[in-house]
Design a protein around this ligand. Sequence first.
Ligand SMILES: C[S@@+](CC[C@H](N)C(=O)[O-])C[C@H]1O[C@@H](n2cnc3c(N)ncnc32)[C@H](O)[C@@H]1O
Length: 303
Amino acid sequence: MMKRDVVNNNLLEQTIEYLNINYKKLCQCPSNHINCMTAKEWMKAQIGVWQFYYEGRDIRDKELHPATYPISLAKKCIELFTHQGELVIDPFVGSGTTLVAARDINRNAVGFDLHKKYIDLSKNRLSQQTIFSETQQIAICDDARNIPNYFKPETVSLFLTSPPYANLLDRKRKNKSRRSEQRKNSQYDKIEQYSQDPRDIGTLFLEKYSNEIGEIFRKLFPLLKVKGHCVINVPDMWWENERITIHISIVEALRKVGYELRNIIIWDRTNIVNRIGIFGWPSNYITMGVTFEYLLHFWRPPA
Ligand SMILES: C[S@@+](CC[C@H](N)C(=O)[O-])C[C@H]1O[C@@H](n2cnc3c(N)ncnc32)[C@H](O)[C@@H]1O
Protein backbone atom coordinates (compact mmCIF):
# COMPACT_ATOMS: atom_id res chain seq x y z
CA MET A 1 0.00 0.00 0.00
CA MET A 2 1.20 3.56 -0.74
CA LYS A 3 0.42 6.36 1.70
CA ARG A 4 -0.61 9.94 1.08
CA ASP A 5 -1.65 12.71 3.41
CA VAL A 6 -4.88 14.57 2.87
CA VAL A 7 -5.80 17.91 4.34
CA ASN A 8 -9.56 18.45 4.64
CA ASN A 9 -10.51 22.13 4.89
CA ASN A 10 -7.00 22.79 6.26
CA LEU A 11 -8.15 21.39 9.59
CA LEU A 12 -8.00 17.64 9.70
CA GLU A 13 -5.15 15.52 8.46
CA GLN A 14 -5.74 11.88 7.67
CA THR A 15 -3.69 9.20 5.97
CA ILE A 16 -5.12 7.25 3.07
CA GLU A 17 -3.46 4.05 1.90
CA TYR A 18 -3.71 3.39 -1.81
CA LEU A 19 -3.55 -0.09 -3.24
CA ASN A 20 -0.14 -0.77 -4.70
CA ILE A 21 -0.95 -1.84 -8.25
CA ASN A 22 0.55 -0.80 -11.57
CA TYR A 23 -1.53 1.10 -14.07
CA LYS A 24 0.95 2.10 -16.79
CA LYS A 25 1.01 0.40 -20.14
CA LEU A 26 3.60 -2.28 -20.77
CA CYS A 27 3.36 -2.29 -24.56
CA GLN A 28 5.17 -0.11 -27.08
CA CYS A 29 1.97 1.10 -28.83
CA PRO A 30 1.88 4.83 -29.70
CA SER A 31 0.19 6.92 -27.00
CA ASN A 32 -2.65 8.03 -29.29
CA HIS A 33 -3.79 4.40 -29.81
CA ILE A 34 -6.65 3.40 -27.52
CA ASN A 35 -5.65 -0.28 -27.54
CA CYS A 36 -3.06 -2.77 -28.76
CA MET A 37 -5.23 -4.03 -31.66
CA THR A 38 -4.03 -4.44 -35.21
CA ALA A 39 -6.09 -2.84 -38.00
CA LYS A 40 -7.48 -6.28 -38.87
CA GLU A 41 -8.59 -7.00 -35.28
CA TRP A 42 -10.09 -3.48 -35.07
CA MET A 43 -12.16 -4.09 -38.22
CA LYS A 44 -13.71 -7.23 -36.74
CA ALA A 45 -14.64 -5.31 -33.58
CA GLN A 46 -16.55 -2.64 -35.52
CA ILE A 47 -19.74 -4.67 -35.80
CA GLY A 48 -22.20 -3.27 -33.23
CA VAL A 49 -23.92 -6.57 -32.36
CA TRP A 50 -21.77 -9.06 -30.47
CA GLN A 51 -22.23 -12.74 -29.75
CA PHE A 52 -20.28 -14.87 -27.29
CA TYR A 53 -20.06 -18.47 -26.18
CA TYR A 54 -19.47 -19.61 -22.63
CA GLU A 55 -16.37 -21.75 -22.15
CA GLY A 56 -15.52 -24.43 -19.58
CA ARG A 57 -14.02 -21.90 -17.14
CA ASP A 58 -17.18 -19.74 -17.12
CA ILE A 59 -19.48 -19.94 -14.09
CA ARG A 60 -22.93 -21.04 -15.25
CA ASP A 61 -24.12 -22.66 -12.07
CA LYS A 62 -26.78 -20.27 -10.68
CA GLU A 63 -26.17 -21.69 -7.22
CA LEU A 64 -22.62 -20.29 -7.37
CA HIS A 65 -23.67 -16.93 -8.83
CA PRO A 66 -27.03 -16.03 -10.42
CA ALA A 67 -25.89 -13.55 -13.09
CA THR A 68 -22.48 -13.87 -14.74
CA TYR A 69 -21.27 -12.68 -18.12
CA PRO A 70 -18.89 -14.74 -20.29
CA ILE A 71 -15.11 -14.38 -19.98
CA SER A 72 -15.02 -13.69 -23.74
CA LEU A 73 -17.32 -10.64 -23.30
CA ALA A 74 -15.06 -9.13 -20.63
CA LYS A 75 -11.99 -9.89 -22.74
CA LYS A 76 -13.38 -8.13 -25.79
CA CYS A 77 -14.20 -4.96 -23.80
CA ILE A 78 -10.80 -4.95 -22.10
CA GLU A 79 -8.97 -5.48 -25.41
CA LEU A 80 -10.91 -2.62 -27.01
CA PHE A 81 -10.42 -0.02 -24.30
CA THR A 82 -7.05 -0.68 -22.66
CA HIS A 83 -3.41 -1.46 -23.39
CA GLN A 84 -1.47 -4.29 -21.78
CA GLY A 85 -0.52 -3.39 -18.22
CA GLU A 86 -3.24 -0.77 -17.77
CA LEU A 87 -5.71 -0.87 -14.90
CA VAL A 88 -9.30 -2.16 -15.08
CA ILE A 89 -11.75 -1.85 -12.19
CA ASP A 90 -14.95 -3.84 -11.79
CA PRO A 91 -17.05 -2.27 -8.98
CA PHE A 92 -19.53 -5.20 -8.93
CA VAL A 93 -17.27 -8.14 -9.74
CA GLY A 94 -19.53 -11.05 -8.71
CA SER A 95 -17.81 -14.32 -9.59
CA GLY A 96 -14.67 -12.51 -10.81
CA THR A 97 -15.13 -12.90 -14.57
CA THR A 98 -13.55 -9.50 -15.32
CA LEU A 99 -10.48 -10.50 -13.31
CA VAL A 100 -10.10 -13.84 -15.10
CA ALA A 101 -10.33 -12.05 -18.47
CA ALA A 102 -7.83 -9.39 -17.38
CA ARG A 103 -5.33 -12.01 -16.34
CA ASP A 104 -5.68 -13.83 -19.68
CA ILE A 105 -4.70 -10.66 -21.57
CA ASN A 106 -2.15 -9.14 -19.20
CA ARG A 107 -4.06 -6.24 -17.67
CA ASN A 108 -3.97 -5.17 -14.04
CA ALA A 109 -7.42 -5.42 -12.52
CA VAL A 110 -9.26 -5.01 -9.22
CA GLY A 111 -12.77 -6.22 -8.57
CA PHE A 112 -15.05 -5.37 -5.64
CA ASP A 113 -18.08 -7.18 -4.29
CA LEU A 114 -20.11 -6.74 -1.14
CA HIS A 115 -20.33 -10.46 -0.52
CA LYS A 116 -17.48 -12.59 0.78
CA LYS A 117 -18.81 -15.74 -0.91
CA TYR A 118 -18.36 -14.11 -4.34
CA ILE A 119 -14.93 -12.74 -3.46
CA ASP A 120 -13.91 -16.24 -2.32
CA LEU A 121 -15.23 -17.61 -5.61
CA SER A 122 -13.26 -14.96 -7.56
CA LYS A 123 -10.08 -15.77 -5.65
CA ASN A 124 -10.60 -19.45 -6.26
CA ARG A 125 -11.00 -18.89 -10.00
CA LEU A 126 -7.83 -16.81 -10.08
CA SER A 127 -5.85 -19.40 -8.13
CA GLN A 128 -6.69 -22.04 -10.72
CA GLN A 129 -4.67 -20.13 -13.31
CA THR A 130 -0.99 -20.82 -12.98
CA ILE A 131 0.48 -19.03 -15.99
CA PHE A 132 3.27 -16.53 -15.38
CA SER A 133 1.90 -13.00 -15.32
CA GLU A 134 3.44 -9.52 -15.24
CA THR A 135 0.16 -8.10 -13.96
CA GLN A 136 -1.98 -8.47 -10.83
CA GLN A 137 -5.66 -9.27 -10.45
CA ILE A 138 -7.15 -8.64 -7.02
CA ALA A 139 -10.62 -9.36 -5.59
CA ILE A 140 -11.64 -7.19 -2.62
CA CYS A 141 -14.67 -7.60 -0.36
CA ASP A 142 -15.98 -4.06 0.02
CA ASP A 143 -18.86 -1.80 -0.92
CA ALA A 144 -18.40 -0.15 -4.34
CA ARG A 145 -19.00 3.16 -2.55
CA ASN A 146 -15.55 2.82 -0.91
CA ILE A 147 -13.53 2.28 -4.10
CA PRO A 148 -12.16 5.87 -4.23
CA ASN A 149 -10.17 5.06 -1.07
CA TYR A 150 -8.06 2.53 -2.96
CA PHE A 151 -6.78 4.40 -6.03
CA LYS A 152 -4.99 7.57 -7.06
CA PRO A 153 -6.95 9.91 -9.35
CA GLU A 154 -6.56 9.40 -13.12
CA THR A 155 -5.02 5.92 -12.93
CA VAL A 156 -7.90 3.77 -14.20
CA SER A 157 -8.23 3.06 -17.93
CA LEU A 158 -11.51 1.14 -17.82
CA PHE A 159 -14.45 0.52 -15.51
CA LEU A 160 -16.09 -2.66 -16.71
CA THR A 161 -19.05 -4.11 -14.89
CA SER A 162 -22.46 -5.63 -14.80
CA PRO A 163 -24.29 -4.10 -11.82
CA PRO A 164 -27.36 -5.59 -10.13
CA TYR A 165 -30.56 -4.88 -12.10
CA ALA A 166 -32.27 -2.71 -9.49
CA ASN A 167 -34.46 -5.01 -7.38
CA LEU A 168 -35.68 -6.98 -10.38
CA LEU A 169 -34.12 -10.28 -9.27
CA ASP A 170 -35.79 -9.84 -5.89
CA ARG A 171 -38.83 -11.93 -6.78
CA LYS A 172 -39.68 -15.56 -7.28
CA ARG A 173 -38.36 -16.81 -10.60
CA LYS A 174 -41.11 -18.11 -12.91
CA ASN A 175 -38.92 -19.05 -15.91
CA LYS A 176 -41.50 -17.64 -18.34
CA SER A 177 -38.91 -17.57 -21.13
CA ARG A 178 -38.71 -21.37 -21.02
CA ARG A 179 -41.08 -23.88 -22.56
CA SER A 180 -43.65 -25.08 -20.08
CA GLU A 181 -42.11 -28.54 -19.64
CA GLN A 182 -38.78 -26.90 -18.74
CA ARG A 183 -40.06 -24.21 -16.41
CA LYS A 184 -39.94 -26.16 -13.18
CA ASN A 185 -36.15 -26.52 -13.06
CA SER A 186 -33.97 -26.02 -9.97
CA GLN A 187 -34.39 -22.22 -10.19
CA TYR A 188 -38.20 -22.27 -10.37
CA ASP A 189 -39.98 -20.30 -7.62
CA LYS A 190 -36.65 -19.29 -6.04
CA ILE A 191 -35.48 -15.74 -5.42
CA GLU A 192 -32.07 -15.25 -7.01
CA GLN A 193 -31.27 -12.00 -5.29
CA TYR A 194 -27.68 -11.58 -4.06
CA SER A 195 -28.73 -10.55 -0.54
CA GLN A 196 -31.07 -8.40 1.52
CA ASP A 197 -28.15 -6.27 2.77
CA PRO A 198 -29.33 -2.64 2.49
CA ARG A 199 -25.96 -1.67 0.93
CA ASP A 200 -26.66 -4.14 -1.91
CA ILE A 201 -27.96 -2.00 -4.77
CA GLY A 202 -29.95 -5.01 -5.96
CA THR A 203 -32.38 -4.32 -3.11
CA LEU A 204 -33.39 -0.87 -4.42
CA PHE A 205 -36.40 0.20 -6.47
CA LEU A 206 -35.49 1.64 -9.87
CA GLU A 207 -35.54 5.32 -8.90
CA LYS A 208 -33.42 4.92 -5.75
CA TYR A 209 -31.21 2.47 -7.66
CA SER A 210 -30.55 5.02 -10.42
CA ASN A 211 -29.62 7.65 -7.82
CA GLU A 212 -27.24 5.25 -6.09
CA ILE A 213 -25.60 4.15 -9.36
CA GLY A 214 -25.18 7.84 -10.25
CA GLU A 215 -23.66 8.56 -6.83
CA ILE A 216 -21.25 5.59 -7.01
CA PHE A 217 -20.07 6.52 -10.52
CA ARG A 218 -19.78 10.21 -9.57
CA LYS A 219 -17.24 9.20 -6.92
CA LEU A 220 -15.45 6.88 -9.36
CA PHE A 221 -15.17 9.55 -12.08
CA PRO A 222 -11.96 11.24 -10.78
CA LEU A 223 -10.16 7.88 -10.80
CA LEU A 224 -10.64 7.54 -14.54
CA LYS A 225 -7.93 8.85 -16.88
CA VAL A 226 -9.14 11.61 -19.18
CA LYS A 227 -10.51 9.74 -22.23
CA GLY A 228 -10.68 6.61 -20.04
CA HIS A 229 -13.60 4.27 -20.68
CA CYS A 230 -16.53 2.78 -18.78
CA VAL A 231 -18.58 -0.16 -20.08
CA ILE A 232 -21.73 -1.25 -18.28
CA ASN A 233 -23.63 -4.41 -19.17
CA VAL A 234 -27.37 -4.45 -18.37
CA PRO A 235 -30.56 -5.94 -19.77
CA ASP A 236 -33.96 -4.30 -19.68
CA MET A 237 -36.69 -6.32 -18.03
CA TRP A 238 -40.43 -6.93 -17.87
CA TRP A 239 -42.20 -6.29 -14.58
CA GLU A 240 -45.95 -6.87 -14.41
CA ASN A 241 -46.21 -6.49 -18.21
CA GLU A 242 -44.30 -3.21 -18.17
CA ARG A 243 -40.90 -2.69 -19.79
CA ILE A 244 -38.37 -1.54 -17.18
CA THR A 245 -35.70 0.36 -19.10
CA ILE A 246 -32.73 -0.03 -16.79
CA HIS A 247 -30.34 0.99 -19.57
CA ILE A 248 -32.04 4.39 -19.93
CA SER A 249 -31.85 4.99 -16.17
CA ILE A 250 -28.14 4.18 -16.19
CA VAL A 251 -27.39 6.40 -19.21
CA GLU A 252 -29.20 9.32 -17.56
CA ALA A 253 -27.52 8.73 -14.18
CA LEU A 254 -24.01 8.62 -15.64
CA ARG A 255 -24.50 11.59 -17.96
CA LYS A 256 -25.55 13.70 -14.98
CA VAL A 257 -22.23 13.04 -13.25
CA GLY A 258 -19.91 13.79 -16.18
CA TYR A 259 -19.63 10.63 -18.31
CA GLU A 260 -20.31 10.92 -22.02
CA LEU A 261 -22.19 8.12 -23.75
CA ARG A 262 -20.09 7.02 -26.74
CA ASN A 263 -21.91 3.96 -27.96
CA ILE A 264 -24.48 1.26 -27.31
CA ILE A 265 -23.56 -2.26 -28.33
CA ILE A 266 -26.03 -5.10 -28.34
CA TRP A 267 -25.01 -8.41 -26.82
CA ASP A 268 -27.06 -10.79 -28.95
CA ARG A 269 -27.71 -13.84 -26.75
CA THR A 270 -29.81 -15.79 -29.23
CA ASN A 271 -26.97 -18.28 -29.73
CA ILE A 272 -27.04 -19.25 -26.03
CA VAL A 273 -30.79 -19.40 -25.35
CA ASN A 274 -32.77 -22.25 -26.75
CA ARG A 275 -36.23 -23.77 -26.50
CA ILE A 276 -37.86 -20.50 -25.43
CA GLY A 277 -41.53 -20.60 -24.51
CA ILE A 278 -44.46 -18.85 -26.21
CA PHE A 279 -45.14 -15.80 -24.08
CA GLY A 280 -47.89 -13.24 -24.83
CA TRP A 281 -49.18 -14.95 -28.02
CA PRO A 282 -51.47 -14.08 -29.74
CA SER A 283 -52.50 -10.73 -28.26
CA ASN A 284 -49.54 -9.23 -26.41
CA TYR A 285 -46.31 -8.85 -28.38
CA ILE A 286 -43.26 -8.74 -26.14
CA THR A 287 -39.73 -9.90 -26.80
CA MET A 288 -37.92 -12.26 -24.48
CA GLY A 289 -35.67 -10.35 -22.12
CA VAL A 290 -33.10 -13.12 -22.30
CA THR A 291 -32.42 -12.67 -26.02
CA PHE A 292 -30.27 -9.54 -25.78
CA GLU A 293 -28.56 -7.16 -23.38
CA TYR A 294 -26.89 -3.78 -23.67
CA LEU A 295 -23.25 -2.81 -23.39
CA LEU A 296 -23.31 0.89 -22.60
CA HIS A 297 -20.02 2.51 -23.50
CA PHE A 298 -19.10 5.84 -21.86
CA TRP A 299 -15.86 7.76 -21.52
CA ARG A 300 -14.47 10.61 -19.47
CA PRO A 301 -14.49 13.34 -22.11
CA PRO A 302 -11.49 15.61 -22.59
CA ALA A 303 -12.02 18.81 -20.58
C1 LIG B 1 -24.64 -8.91 -11.97
S1 LIG B 1 -23.54 -9.32 -10.64
C2 LIG B 1 -21.94 -9.23 -11.41
C3 LIG B 1 -21.59 -10.50 -12.15
C4 LIG B 1 -20.23 -10.53 -12.82
N1 LIG B 1 -20.22 -9.74 -14.04
C5 LIG B 1 -19.81 -11.97 -13.12
O1 LIG B 1 -19.57 -12.31 -14.30
O2 LIG B 1 -19.75 -12.76 -12.18
C6 LIG B 1 -23.59 -7.91 -9.59
C7 LIG B 1 -22.82 -8.05 -8.27
O3 LIG B 1 -22.90 -6.80 -7.56
C8 LIG B 1 -22.75 -7.10 -6.16
N2 LIG B 1 -23.15 -5.90 -5.38
C9 LIG B 1 -24.38 -5.42 -5.10
N3 LIG B 1 -24.31 -4.26 -4.41
C10 LIG B 1 -22.99 -4.00 -4.24
C11 LIG B 1 -22.27 -2.93 -3.63
N4 LIG B 1 -22.90 -1.91 -3.01
N5 LIG B 1 -20.92 -2.96 -3.67
C12 LIG B 1 -20.25 -3.98 -4.29
N6 LIG B 1 -20.89 -5.03 -4.88
C13 LIG B 1 -22.23 -5.04 -4.87
C14 LIG B 1 -23.61 -8.35 -5.98
O4 LIG B 1 -23.18 -9.08 -4.85
C15 LIG B 1 -23.36 -9.11 -7.30
O5 LIG B 1 -22.40 -10.13 -7.15
